[in-house]
Ligand binder design. Structure first.
Ligand code: CP
Ligand code: NVA
Length: 305
């Protein structure tokens, strides 16, 4: 069974396939066509944290593909009424794919280990692969290519940063991270990336000006992710100087765009002038979550009986 637990699970060829299907389905969507590639297929969503984009884009996308969706609430008793193994074996009797959003990435791994249905990581503390796939789809749409682009990540070396670094490496996009000391991408992750994606151009600095120089995309995310709310004030101090503002954007390449996975905090990681300004593509980016989820679901499920 194919799962999507981290961005390492998709090859460059898989990504090209997902982008092509997403592009085709998006064009049809804008002509009013909803191609039912997955009739009768059922997706369950198991979410431990809030979500607007991931939840609704997956649900809307699956409905458009002719399938059905089940958002599982607390009453299913995940982790409480029976072992995870029993839960997974039973759920897999009913559904074709399980999209899970969890605090701990270990929970995603447990699901993938026990489910015979496909498991998709809809965000864990480690990775957010569906976000990265949709973001590269948006960059491809925006620039007409991916190979040779440069993305600057400014902020926390978090789940979104990890998935983007991997996906960028697989698509020939240079990835330059600027994170404060103590919030950088960790060495074991970078070692795995360099070993599994030998061609990846991944650099890290604590100086945003260095990362952003000549970048085609400047990307940031919240300084305190879900589950880190108690660290919010300390992080606000530690991330001083990391707000993406007009001066920072001016160091990027001509024609550079600003990206953010959302939700965003204006006046913290990004100024209102930038996120609401002409270089921002954040709503195209959010809208593309749905088109990319459709490509991901079709890639995972279309060839299965
Ligand atoms: N970007 C993203 O995953 O948003 P949600 O938390 O609303 O799903
Ligand atoms: N890094 C953020 C992303 C939200 C989509 C978080 O994990 O809360």
């Amino acid at each position: 069974m194919r799962h999507l637990t981290t961005a390492f699970d998709v090859s460059g060829a898989d990504l090209e396939h997902i982008f092509a299907v997403s592009e085709d389905l998006k064009a049809k969507f804008h002509k009013g066509l909803r191609e039912p590639l997955l009739p009768g297929r059922v997706m369950a969503l198991l979410f431990e944290k809030p979500s607007l984009r991931t939840r609704v884009s997956f649900e809307a996308g699956m409905i458009q593909l002719g399938g059905g969706t089940l958002f599982l609430g607390d009453d299913v008793g995940f982790g409480k009424r029976e072992s995870v193994g029993d839960f997974c074996r039973v759920l897999s009797e009913f559904v074709d794919v399980i999209v899970a959003r969890t605090f701990s990435h270990e929970t995603i791994e447990q699901l993938a280990a026990h489910c015979t249905a496909a498991v998709v990581n809809g965000l864990s503390d480690l990775e957010h692969p569906c976000q990265a796939i949709a973001d590269l789809f948006t960059m491809r749409e925006r620039f007409g290519r991916l190979e040779g682009l440069k993305l600057a990540w400014v902020g926390d070396g978090n789940n979104v940063a990890r998935s983007l670094a991997v996906a960028c490496g697989k698509c020939g996009v240079a990835f330059a991270a600027a994170c404060p000391e103590g919030y950088q991408l960790d060495e074991p992750f970078l070692a795995q990336l360099r070993s599994e994606v030998p061609g990846a151009d991944v650099r890290q600095t604590s100086d945003p000006a260095v990362a952003v120089a000549g970048a085609d995309v400047v990307y940031t995310d919240v300084w305190a992710s879900m589950g880190q709310e108690s660290e919010k004030e300390k992080r606000a101090r530690d991330f001083a100087g990391f707000e993406v503002d007009v001066e920072m954007m001016a160091r990027a390449a001509t024609g550079a765009v600003f990206m953010h996975c959302l939700p965003a905090h204006r006046g913290e990681e990004v100024s209102a002038e930038v996120i609401d300004g002409p270089q921002s593509v954040v709503f195209q980016q959010a809208g593309n979550r749905m088109h990319a989820q459709k490509g991901i679901l079709a890639w995972l499920l279309a060839s299965q009986s």
